[in-house]
Ligand binder design. Structure first.
Ligand code: LLP
Length: 421
């Protein structure tokens, strides 16, 4: 459920007509609904109660500091994968003891900065990383709280580019080696073991792979405890999928996911951490764009938009589907027209959708890409020297630009011509 619905024939973001925002900020732009973000976060919290838990929002899915502040003020923790994300969480007022640091290639500088600023735990992904972290922490007179991310060798049954829990993936420590690496961690002077971490992939639409992985983590918890480790936290990662179409998709709900967590690891007395990104932010955002031209080809008609693959790369990168809806509600029963929906970038991959049926469109008409809140703005680039699109946050009848559109002057003046040229 989200808060982008037609009212009186016009698409609204909560109580604000999307066309009104478009008139004020121009297109394309991302628009987020505060109420949807709040609701999705709250669903996870309710799903895990009464277990002791922390819902850590995966910043990589949507990193605007205003959004982080909104979630942080609700009590969310944050899952970061770079010091840049860490600094965003801090700028949003999230305390270090609610920030977990994930990622397969943390540098020593990143470790140092996180230890200085305060951190709940590092989710360590390899032995070399463990040794580096111990050295960095010990040199600062500290012991870094860690979990080891284990790779449970489970097929997440999702897109190959976002599956992370099979042994051929670069992530984590093979679960078969966990016992040995935990023993090593316990010997290192700069390390304090606090738990276990697992994350098997993103956009999972079936609970079975999660359940398989968490059952393995439960067994490992018992084994490691028997070996003398203080396993008091389980970080179960993110990955719960969302519906990308409004028709027939029914991925499991956070409440189903929570019940499965309780069933598999609920009796261990551990504090549970989860790192959802997409389920909180995905359906809380849209990308709004204008039609530049309608071009009739020999075999098909092209809808050429002012948004492109640099603004929303998911269709080009993962063949991802995003529903595209007109901002003016089409009359009931209007005869649909079939379009290839494309952007202006000079490559064929700049295609959002092929053969999409939409109400007939004219130049200047506005459309919205739904489910674009996660992995939308954060994956945007300036390819073709197109400035990053602005972001707008709506709550009730308020809206505010939370990242302005850079000017073309900003874009050009960043480059430096050497004085010897
Ligand atoms: N935790 C870790 C360690 C992760 O690697 C990820 C996502 C998450 C949590 C959050 O997963 P979520 O709940 O959002 O599924 N760009 C791709 C998705 C990449 C996901 C990477 N890791 C896309 O647009 O589909």
């Amino acid at each position: 459920m989200d808060h982008f619905v037609y009212k009186h024939g016009a698409l609204h973001a909560e109580d604000v007509p999307v066309a009104e925002i478009a008139a004020a900020v121009g297109t394309p732009f991302y628009c987020y609904s505060a109420q949807t973000l709040t609701r999705h976060f709250t669903l996870f919290r309710e799903a895990l109660s009464p277990l002791p838990h922390l819902v850590c929002f995966a910043i990589k899915s949507l990193s605007n500091v205003a959004v982080l502040k909104l979630l942080g003020d609700l009590g969310a923790g944050m899952d970061v994968v770079s010091i840049g994300e860490y600094l965003r969480a801090k700028a949003a007022g999230v305390p270090g003891d609610r920030i977990v640091f994930s990622g397969v290639g943390k540098t020593r500088d990143e470790m140092r900065m996180a230890l200085e600023g305060g951190i709940r735990q590092f989710n360590v992904e390899s032995e070399p990383e463990l040794i580096a972290l111990s050295e960095v922490a010990a040199a600062m007179g500290l012991r870094a709280p860690i979990t080891l991310r284990v790779n449970p060798d489970v097929d997440a049954k999702t897109h190959a580019k976002i599956a992370t829990g099979k042994k051929e993936n670069k992530f984590g420590i093979p679960i078969s080696r966990a016992s040995a690496v935990y023993a090593e961690a316990a010997r290192l002077p700069g390390i304090e073991v606090v738990g276990i971490d697992v994350h098997i992939g993103s956009q999972l639409t079936d609970l079975a792979p999660f359940e398989q992985a968490f059952a393995k983590v439960a067994d490992l918890t018992r084994q490691l405890r028997a070996e003398g480790h203080d396993i008091r936290r389980l970080d179960l990662g993110g990955g719960l999928g969302i519906p990308y179409t409004q028709s027939n998709e029914t991925p499991p709900l956070p409440s189903d996911y929570g019940a499965m967590i309780k069933r598999t690891v609920g009796d261990l007395g551990c504090e549970i951490e989860i790192e959802p990104g997409r389920l909180i932010s995905g359906n809380a955002g849209i990308l709004v764009s204008s039609v530049i031209y309608v071009k009739s080809g020999e075999e098909r008609d092209f809808l050429i938009l002012d948004a492109a693959m640099n603004d929303l790369v998911r269709p080009a990168m993962y063949d991802a589907h995003h529903d595209i809806v007109p901002v003016v509600e089409p009359p009931v029963g209007v005869e649909q027209q079939r379009y290839d929906v494309v952007g202006p970038i000079c490559e064929t991959g700049d295609t959002f959708a092929k053969g999409r049926d939409l109400a007939p469109m004219q130049p200047g008409d506005l459309v919205a890409f739904r489910s674009a809140g996660a992995y939308g703005a954060v994956m945007a680039s300036e390819y073709n020297s197109r400035p990053l699109v602005p972001e707008v946050l709506v709550r009730g009848d308020h809206h505010a630009v939370i990242r302005p559109r850079p000017s073309y002057i900003d874009l050009v003046k960043r480059d430096v011509i050497p004085d010897w040229l």
